[in-house]
Design a protein. Structure first.
Length: 319
């Protein structure tokens, strides 16, 4: 996948011979380009092929987005497009189905790294570390350390497996509270969003943001490997056993939200495990997109997101 083979690593024979990276693209291409360029800069490994699938999730046509012009002729980069916004699960599944169809030996030597387009892998030894993790202890699903540098926050895993119901209920209650807001609270939020749109910050909220930026997660929460976790969805790694047992990365019962919790239930039913591995790190530039989104946010959009969260929770419970 790399443009050159400079610095190519020669590792002992591994069970992994192919690493697929699936990038879910939506919106302007600058975030996607940063993500893909970071993948092109990863060290190559002798005997291991890296491939990238970019899924254009209904924002515009690949040929119109600029991605085809930039990557259309690049070796081992494949562009897929949807005519509509399929949401998180269905969009990612386009890439999943493509890589399964084009993988050899029934995916027995394949790993698949699924990334949101607002992520970046800055560690050029990521692929080497991934293979070494698998060599030490084969995994079904792996959750890397997802780190947001803007707020210095380690975001993965979402929670431990035993805390999944508590986490899901909290998300549901927060969304339902927004839907049940009083008229006065709605006016307050409208005023706050207007201030953010005009001035880039809400005076009262500025202190809260500053406080959050200086808050570091305790090392015990992210420095040690963990078994039985719920992954954070901006970066999830599927091992050969998952690829062989499942026809889809995510069950398509929600448009957005609770995909990770549903994935945890699915893995439990398939007898597969999800492990957190901190030596693999993915940068998540979520705060950049959140700030832009907040400036454009309307109360109607916030309510739509909350309603989707409530609907997704109900689907999760029924799953």
């Amino acid at each position: 996948m790399n443009r050159t083979v400079q610095g190519e690593k020669h590792l002992p024979i591994s069970d992994i011979d192919t690493i697929w990276f699936v990038v879910l693209h939506y919106g302007p291409i600058d975030k996607t380009v940063r993500c893909v360029e970071s993948l092109l800069n990863l060290d190559t490994i002798s005997g291991v092929t890296s491939k990238v699938v970019i899924v254009e999730n209904g924002y515009n046509k690949v040929r119109d987005s600029g991605l085809a012009y930039k990557y259309g002729s690049t070796k081992n980069i494949f562009l897929l497009e949807s005519n509509e916004n399929l949401g998180f699960s269905r969009g990612n599944n386009l890439g999943y189905q493509y890589l399964k169809k084009h993988s050899s030996n029934g995916c027995s030597g394949t790993c698949a790294v699924f990334l949101n387009n607002d992520t970046e892998i800055s560690d050029k030894y990521f692929s080497e570390k991934l293979i070494e993790c698998y060599r030490r202890r084969a995994f079904d699903v792996l959750s890397p350390d997802i780190y947001d540098p803007a707020v210095r926050q380690h975001q993965s895993p979402l929670c431990r497996g035993g805390e999944i119901e508590q986490y899901a209920q909290k998300e549901f209650k927060n969304a339902r509270a927004l839907l049940n807001e009083s008229h006065a609270v709605r006016i307050f939020h409208a005023f706050k969003n207007r201030c953010v749109a005009l001035f880039g910050v809400f005076p009262y909220g500025r202190h809260l943001i500053t406080e959050k930026r200086s808050r570091l997660a305790p090392p015990s929460e992210w420095q040690e490997p963990l078994d039985n976790v719920v992954p954070q969805g901006s970066a999830i790694i599927f091992g050969p056993s998952f690829l062989q047992k499942s026809d889809a990365a995510f069950d398509e019962i929600t448009f957005m939200y609770f995909e990770e919790c549903i994935l945890k239930k699915k893995c439990d039913r398939l007898g597969l495990s999800i492990r957190y591995q901190p030596e693999l790190q993915v940068l998540h530039h979520h705060n950049e997109i959140s700030a832009q989104t907040l400036r454009r946010a309307t109360y109607r959009k916030r309510r739509l997101q909350a309603q989707r969260t409530v609907d997704a929770y109900q689907n999760y419970v029924a799953y």
